[in-house]
Design a protein around this ligand. Structure first.
Ligand code: ADP
Ligand code: ASP
Ligand code: MG
Length: 417
């Protein structure tokens, strides 16, 4: 069996859904199709949640416009207004309305997951019904009852053992060859919906691939494959044809958004290849990520992480920054779920480059001020170059202010403005 995953960009409108159908209908294997929310629905739901807290009029307007967006797509795909999908989505929007204004949850993160998870429910109901209407018979799976997680809302961890049993009960390929389900979401043991972290649908596809021993997982994107830089920020990018899991982990970890960082481990554990292919040019070969030994394309790979904050800490009494100090700093960062992208230390100072998460970063600076003299810079970029050459470094750093530079055998990092 094979797992296909389609992200929001691929299904942002009715043409996108038709294109998905054209791609899946050429597949003759047993198949699970994992789908994200339509277009930018998850961002819209995040906004709805924020507005629901104290701007209920604006919240209702936003809810209406999200509903119109979905019904425009439905009207285009289902000319028969009596099709049951109209009622089903109407019902789901009613549920979203009540969840949005519900006051029963004290925890913001818990409420976040109950609200934001609707995007994937809408999209998969619509797409599953559309494929069935085209005689591409498929079964809709409620992944909230299959991928069982802990209750770390917004960043839930999947219980692989429990989920394996549920997967076997629900996805057997006995009566069906094609299943369609939601990326990004799961269900906690206490019965609430959970989410796996933003952009997490790639990860869902990988976990299902692992649990079902898939032959391969294919993620369909708006690019020809993994390129040697993000085409949004770099000209003259080239496709990487084959890369190892290790290479892909490095790229994803340092910010190549094309693959979610958590995607590689479940696949590597079972040697399942991952293909990144283009939904715009589905005939293209894409990139294969597999157990390759060496990177042999002789191209530097550029990865850019924006909106970085560099913080330097100096103990007030000139004492050394030793292990117990570092362990205190890191346990606080981990408690706050602040991601550290790069560190550098000297005898009496310690610097860290983090994703700037606004209110959290401010809190962090305040916290550090108790024990250290704190200096910081924000709006920086972290530029990573894998397989670098002097020429490649010069090309991207020339004329820019470098705050930190680190080089190892295959990788160089620059914190720059
Ligand atoms: P999805 O629709 O599946 O969520 P994403 O939008 O998250 O897909 O990922 C695709 C985007 O990743 C591309 O549009 C591109 O701008 C970005 N990207 C970043 N780094 C790379 C890279 N090295 N190769 C290809 N695309 C990249
Ligand atoms: N819809 C979710 C998000 O936008 C998950 C995903 O697209 O991967 O974050
Ligand atoms: Mg994505």
């Amino acid at each position: 069996m094979i797992v296909f995953k389609f992200g929001g960009t691929s299904v942002k409108d009715s043409d996108g859904v038709r294109n998905l159908f054209n791609i899946v209908k050429t597949c003759s294997d047993n198949l699970i199709i994992v789908v994200s929310a339509l277009g930018k629905t998850t961002n819209a739901l995040e906004e709805i949640l924020k507005l629901s807290l104290d701007e209920s009029d604006k919240c209702k307007i936003k809810l209406e416009s999200l509903k119109d967006y979905h019904f425009d797509i439905i009207k285009n795909l289902f000319p028969d207004k009596k099709h049951e999908i109209y009622e089903q989505i109407e019902e789901q929007f009613k549920n979203l309305y009540s969840e949005s204004f519900d006051k029963k949850h004290d925890s913001f993160d818990l409420k976040y997951d109950q609200v934001v998870s609707f995007g994937e429910i809408f999209s998969t109901k619509i797409i599953s019904a559309f494929l069935n209407s085209q005689e591409f018979s498929n079964k809709w799976i409620d992944i909230r009852k299959v991928l069982i997680t802990d209750d770390t809302y917004r960043e839930a961890k999947i219980d692989m053992k429990l989920s394996k049993t549920k997967v076997e009960e629900n996805i057997s390929f006995k009566d069906n060859n094609i299943y369609l389900t939601q990326g990004f979401i799961g269900g906690s043991k206490s019965g609430f919906v959970t989410t796996l972290g933003r952009e997490g649908s790639d990860y869902t596809a990988a976990v299902l691939g692992n649990l079902l021993d898939a032959e391969k997982v294919v993620v369909w994107k708006d690019v020809d494959g993994v390129l040697n830089a993000d085409p949004q920020y770099f000209n003259e990018t080239k496709k990487l044809d084959k890369i190892s899991y290790q290479e892909a982990v490095e790229l994803a970890y340092f910010g190549a958004k094309v693959i979610h960082p958590k995607t590689l481990k479940p696949l590597h554990n079972k040697n399942i290849p991952l293909f990144v292919r283009s939904f715009i040019n589905p005939e293209g070969q894409g990139t294969e990520i597999d157990c390759f030994q060496k990177y042999d394309q002789n191209l530097p790979i550029f990865i850019l992480k924006k909106d970085q904050m560099l913080i330097s800490l100096f103990p007030k009494d000139l004492s050394f920054v030793m292990e117990d100090e570092l362990s205190k700093i890191f346990s606080y960062l981990s408690e706050q779920r602040i991601r550290v992208n790069l560190i550098q230390n000297s005898a009496i100072s310690f610097s860290l480059c983090i994703d700037n998460a606004n209110s959290k970063s401010k809190q962090l600076l305040e916290k550090f001020k108790d024990d250290y003299k704190v200096l910081y810079n924000d709006q920086l970029e972290l530029l990573t170059i894998r397989h670098y050459s002097e020429e490649a470094i010069k090309k991207v750093t020339e004329g820019r202010k470098i705050y930190i530079e680190q080089r190892s055998r295959h990788t160089s990092h620059f914190v720059i403005k």
